[in-house]
Design a protein around this ligand. Sequence first.
Ligand SMILES: [Zn+2]
Length: 206
Amino acid sequence: MITHHPVDATLVAAAAGTLPAPHLRVLAVHLAHCPACAGALRAAEAVGGGLLADLPPAPLRADALDRALARLDDPAPLPEPASVTPAVTLAGLATGRWRRITPWIAMMALSPRDTTDSRLDLIRVRPGAALLSHGHTGLETTCVLQGAFDDGTAQYGVGDFAEGDPALDHQPRALPGETCVCLIATTGALRPHGWFGRMVRPMIGM
Ligand SMILES: [Zn+2]
């Protein structure tokens, strides 16, 4: 069962088109598992459309009325069902090459740092193993594709959405059982704690 969802500000940013693309990809995985958030995003997009409708009127084309009347016969668009499509499954996403970071952690770069200083990666962690203790200089969003992890405050399973901001310092640990695989978007850089983290950071380019 999904228990962790994006905050409203993240859905509003997605609806407004201001959420960087890597974070949108992570959000899409959550939405595929979560009809409630998918509906909330559609509502936020509708509010955005409503705001546009409140703008001062602009001159219409001469045939605007005929075109509007013609569209009344169009079938109403059906709401998109929240379903897990191949584009958001682990098999669909993991098209690159895994790079071993430590004996228990591997990463796959999916999209390099973009103009918003955001990048998209898959991370794979052996059951029971912990990531390096770290913070961030910007937004980090994570969605679990397989297995589960605990970040010290809560447990996250498949479909759960985790967000961290620069105030968050954490050391996620994969739960025993299945290998944990997550899709992670990061804006800015990692702030690793400890000599090992600082040593590994250049290796992973974060
Ligand atoms: Zn949700």
